[in-house]
Design a protein around this ligand. Structure first.
Ligand SMILES: [Zn+2]
Length: 198
């Protein structure tokens, strides 16, 4: 991992009208009272190191999480940690499966935890998924997404993987993010969540 020569740049904005139009009825469902209102969400544009060089991506998170997300992505940039791509899940019709299969990193999506009736932390804009192929969701008998099977051996360390101990996991701790890789019911290595009070 080598950090880029130029400084990290980012922008935090209220959700712009053209982004609302992309999200409405896709990742955002305002008819459900549990869905965050527009002013409770923020639109981020973020520089990131990619596997080819650098890129600029977008992310929607809960407004109070926005500065915390920017601080974390700034540190990942400074580490030279590669992120495949950061596109809104709306570009995948709000399909978590399709977004993961494309190794896309994303945050807000008003949805349930897969296979349950529980609202996901993504539905509140508190959770961010990063490099789901390099960091697949794992149980002994199941790995999601399919392409993540190539990364089932967590000891075979390659770029874009989160492991503990490791520099990215140390950042999550330092910045106060809970990491799904520490869970024991299933390992969710691509998932980080702001589970503390705002
Ligand atoms: Zn997640």
């Amino acid at each position: 991992m080598r950090p880029p020569a130029r400084a990290f740049a980012s922008e935090i904005r209220a959700i712009p009208p053209e982004v609302r139009a992309r999200m409405e009825g896709v990742s955002w469902h305002g008819d459900d009272p549990r869905c965050p209102r527009w002013d409770e969400l923020a639109y981020l544009q973020l520089d990131h190191v990619s596997f080819e060089g650098t890129g600029r991506g977008e992310l929607v998170v809960a407004a109070p999480v926005a500065p915390r997300a920017v601080a974390l992505f700034r540190r990942l940039w400074e580490l030279g940690f590669p992120i495949r791509q950061l596109r809104l899940v709306d570009d995948y019709a709000a399909s978590d499966e399709a977004s993961m299969a494309a190794d896309n990193s994303s945050a807000f999506n008003f949805r349930l935890v897969a296979g349950t009736d529980l609202l996901s932390q993504h539905a509140l804009g508190r959770a961010i998924d990063i490099n789901p192929v390099e960091n697949p969701w794992r149980k002994p008998d199941r790995i999601v997404p399919e392409a993540g099977k190539a990364f089932a051996d967590r000891g075979d360390l390659r770029p874009g993987m989160f492991v503990r101990p490791g520099p990215a996991a140390a950042l999550f701790d330092e910045h106060g993010w809970e990491w799904g890789g520490d869970w024991r019911h299933a390992f969710d290595d691509h998932h980080i969540v702001w589970s503390r009070a705002f």
